[in-house]
Ligand binder design. Sequence first.
Ligand SMILES: O=c1ccn([C@@H]2O[C@H](COP(=O)(O)O)[C@@H](O)[C@H]2O)c(=O)[nH]1
Length: 307
Amino acid sequence: MITTLLNKIKETKAPVCVGLDPMLAYIPDEVKKAAFAEKGENLEGAAEACWRFNEAIIKATVDLIPAVKPQIAMYEQFGIPGLIAYEKTVRFAKELGLIVIADVKRGDIGSTSAAYAEGHLGSITIGEKQFFPFDADMATVNPYLGSDGVKPFLEVCGRCDKGIFVLVKTSNPSSGELQDQLIDGEPLYARVADLTSAWGESLMEGAWSNVGAVVGATYPKMLAELRARMPHTFFLIPGYGAQGGKAEDLAVAFNAQGEGGIVNSSRGIIAAWKQEKYQNFGAEAFADAARQATVDMILDLQRCIRF
Ligand SMILES: O=c1ccn([C@@H]2O[C@H](COP(=O)(O)O)[C@@H](O)[C@H]2O)c(=O)[nH]1
């Protein structure tokens, strides 16, 4: 999977992932009104609004980008209808040729992680038939439970040509409360980085592993340190834009060929129509605003990263 992602990044010259985090506040009233008229002003209507919003954003950006990253929490908040909208979004993006990185942050005891891994990336056999429940291409994994929680994902990645991104150094302000704690003089995130590299050894494709790492754009020093420490680990880099991460700070994550990571922006793109910079588009052209914000992000990254 990592080779497919790399090739798509090279084709588009865009190490960019559009984050599909559809909160109701980002969805224009007209889209919500139409969805509520069809499904009711309830969870189903809200989920329908998310789906319509995503469909428009995906169509408007598909030719520019290699991947999207739906954040499952934004769908789970609407219960079962939300999960249906999530599944529709994953399927639609894949049909249009995008790589789907499911931001699910799963990880548990082994048997439970196995169920997560099959549900999100793999398959389940019922009777004589095999089903592919969510069938994303890659997923984020929480390593807090250690190898027990990660190994089931490795098994599914190997069998189904999928990939994962392990949370190593997250972008949020309080990530240091645990991740920067020193153990024998080294921060915990460095330990997790070493484990992640080791988990990735059996899933190499060329120079890169199908076991990647999440490293926040908001911690450029650690991004540079982790790039040196994890030469074969591809990075999913959230925190650009809305959280303050800057293109200048991210160049350290990429090698001379422009390889090394993919940068996510969610609110900065999907809610662009609400920003002053894109206000001339208006609510009705929210998808065009998202396209323009994507173009701007690509140009911004291209300024700092060579291909
Ligand atoms: O360290 C992390 C891990 C995941 N995320 C997720 O990425 C997006 C970021 O959204 P923005 O609107 O671009 O800030 C969101 O889904 C987070 O849950 C992260 O931000 N940091």
